[in-house]
Ligand binder design. Structure first.
Ligand code: IPM
Ligand code: MG
Length: 359
């Protein structure tokens, strides 16, 4: 069987970084017999320019037909003034919703080679390896009613944060299963001291824990979790939380590693299909200059191989190749340190391919 991968370059540095990830996929195909077929389509601002919509019907059709989607990044100042429904971010949110990608896995892993890149003291972040499991298709991002209204000359705006029990249960299961393959600990993050939705969240998570006696469940309020993440981040194994809290905490966790250009992510449906993307954005300030770090996107390919293609050995190959180029001292500007060699996007991508081929 031949796997179908849809590549969505998107905006800003997106096209540059997915080009390097594409080379890694091609090397796996040519040298290691990975049976893949690659297609490409537009999303975000690029799709708006070409087709008048950030998520064209043709892109959605290809995404539905693919086994996995690899996305670069969307967005840029050029499209910020557009109506909400035409903004690049709607392309991403629309794809998450249309494909039912409810489980967002965002690892924060500190590469020992990059320990000096963190803004936190080395001893605080040493050994950091946590996974945020963020609910991605519910909560306040998608809750109804939402809108803006005006009454007696006073404008107000409102959103709704809601979760159903089945929504909480299915993301909880992903977290517990993930913890089983890691450190057997889940920390559920909520705001149960204030919000009803969090009370239900906590109740469902607690109920689920009975089915996973080998996993230890703890709970934190989101404000405390934010504090603990910078105070003692290595206490965490798996963090599970809702859409909005997960959005915030995952950026914070990423920065602990000091190298947001290194972190991949997976957004999964209930059947193993997924969309994979670096967690950094489109970085319009450095777009087109050939200096963006392609490693997060290449590591997203590793997650894709593991979670959607069932090719864990190929995934390890990619991760080893990335580690190898870091050992060789190659660094894009975002992770540069004294005594290392500065390289651009293409040179970094080609070094990973060479390391892949070397086995
Ligand atoms: C993310 C991003 C998105 C989100 C934006 C671009 C809509 O911040 O993937 O974390 O808020 O989910
Ligand atoms: Mg975010």
């Amino acid at each position: 069987m031949t796997y179908k991968i849809l590549i969505l370059p998107g905006d800003g540095i997106g096209p540059e970084i997915v080009a390097e990830a594409g080379k890694a996929i091609e090397a796996l195909r040519a040298d290691f017999g990975l049976a893949v077929e690659i297609e490409e389509a537009a999303i975000g601002g690029a799709a708006y320019e070409g087709a008048g919509h950030p998520l064209p019907e043709s892109t959605l059709r290809l995404a539905r037909a693919a086994d996995a989607v690899l996305l670069g990044a969307v967005g840029g100042p050029r499209w910020e003034g557009l109506a909400r429904d035409l903004r690049p971010e709607r392309g991403l949110l629309g794809l998450r919703a249309a494909l039912g990608l409810f489980a967002n896995l965002r690892p924060a892993l500190l590469y020992p080679q990059l320990a000096e890149a963190s803004t936190l003291r080395r001893e605080v972040v040493a050994g950091l390896d946590l996974m945020i499991v963020r609910e991605l298709t519910g909560g306040i991002y998608f809750g109804a009613p939402r809108g803006v209204r005006e009454e007696d000359g006073v404008r107000s705006a409102f959103n709704t944060m809601g979760y159903t029990e089945p929504e909480i249960e299915r993301i909880g299961r992903v977290a517990f299963e993930t913890a089983r393959r890691r450190g057997h600990r889940v920390c559920s993050v909520d705001k149960a001291n204030v919000l009803e939705v969090s009370e239900l969240w906590r109740e469902v998570m607690t109920g689920l824990a009975g089915e996973y006696p080998d996993v230890t469940l703890t709970h934190l309020y989101v404000d405390n979790a934010a504090m603990q993440l910078v105070r003692a981040p290595t206490q965490f194994d798996v963090i599970v939380t809702g859409n909005l809290f997960g959005d915030i905490l995952s950026d914070q966790a990423a920065m602990l590693t000091g190298s947001i250009g290194m972190l991949p992510s997976a957004s999964l449906d209930a059947h193993g299909k997924g969309m994979y993307e670096p967690i950094h954005g489109s970085a319009p300030d450095i777009a087109g200059r050939g200096v963006a770090n392609p490693l997060a996107t290449i590591l997203s390919v590793a997650m894709l191989l593991r979670h959607s293609l069932g090719e864990p050995e190929a995934a390890v190959r990619v991760e080893r190749a990335v580690s190898r180029v870091l050992d060789q001292g190659l660094r894009t500007p975002d992770i540069e340190a004294p005594g290392t060699r500065r390289v651009g996007t293409r040179e970094m991508g080609e070094a990973v391919v060479a390391a892949l081929r070397a086995g």
